[in-house]
Design a protein around this ligand. Structure first.
Ligand SMILES: [Zn+2]
Length: 231
């Protein structure tokens, strides 16, 4: 109970950050263009996190899902999210993953959808398009994303809420999932190109394999991902 309550408080801070920083910084421009549209932010109980526009009520709605906030508390559960890939792939916040950076970026991501929608650049089947990333890049480049991050950091400390800003240690994908040893019989390649051999050296990303059988007399440098154990 305590845990989900503090997640809810984090969600409410994200709502505040969206209104106070993001909406405020872009608000004048948006309001004149969207003729008086308002913004409502809320915390939902599920995972779903989205921006939606109600044209009848002229109301932007941004929903932050509790289970999304929960998932971004640890490296393992944060791994599959688009915000994780965006921070790493586009170098936002120096490419550093932490709960604080992920949640601040999530505010920016959803707000970028709001801006994208207002500018008429959101079309069915093309949501995360070039226009969207132009907007998101601007939010980060202009310092607005950093302001959003600072707001979350400051207000969470003030409210006694934990939003960790320590960098995640992600499982290192470049490490082989399995350790290879000199002398092990292996195969590599498929079908007619399949070869067999014996590992004579283990390198960082490859193994040096001395061919055996039909491959006798040849030497190969084989990427770790291509190696198969035989025997
Ligand atoms: Zn999105």
């Amino acid at each position: 109970m305590h845990a989900s309550q503090s997640l809810y408080q984090i969600g409410q801070l994200m709502c505040e950050a969206t209104r106070e920083i993001l909406w405020h910084s872009a608000g004048d421009q948006l309001r004149s263009r969207a003729s008086g549209a308002a913004l409502r932010c809320r915390v939902g109980s599920g995972q779903a996190t989205y921006h939606r526009y109600d044209s009848r009520r002229k109301l932007h709605l941004i929903n932050y899902g509790l289970r999304m906030i929960a998932a971004k508390q640890q490296a393992t559960s944060a791994e599959g999210w688009l915000s994780t890939r965006e921070i790493q792939g586009r170098g936002y916040f120096g490419g550093e993953l932490s709960t604080l950076n992920l949640l601040a970026h999530t505010c920016c991501h959803e707000f970028a959808h709001l801006v994208q929608y207002s500018a008429g650049h959101r079309t069915y089947g093309s949501v995360h398009n070039r226009h969207f990333y132009d907007i998101l890049d601007r939010l980060h480049g202009s310092g607005t994303a950093e302001e959003t991050r600072q707001f979350l950091l400051r207000e969470s400390k003030r409210g006694g809420i934990q939003i960790p800003d320590t960098a995640f240690e992600l499982p290192d994908r470049t490490k082989p999932s399995r350790q290879w040893h000199v002398g092990e019989p292996v195969s590599f390649g498929e079908g007619a190109r399949r070869r067999e051999g014996e590992i004579i050296r283990v390198n960082r990303k490859t193994c040096t394999v001395q061919g055996t059988g039909m491959a006798r007399g040849s030497r190969y440098r084989v990427p770790l991902s291509m190696l198969r154990k035989i025997g």
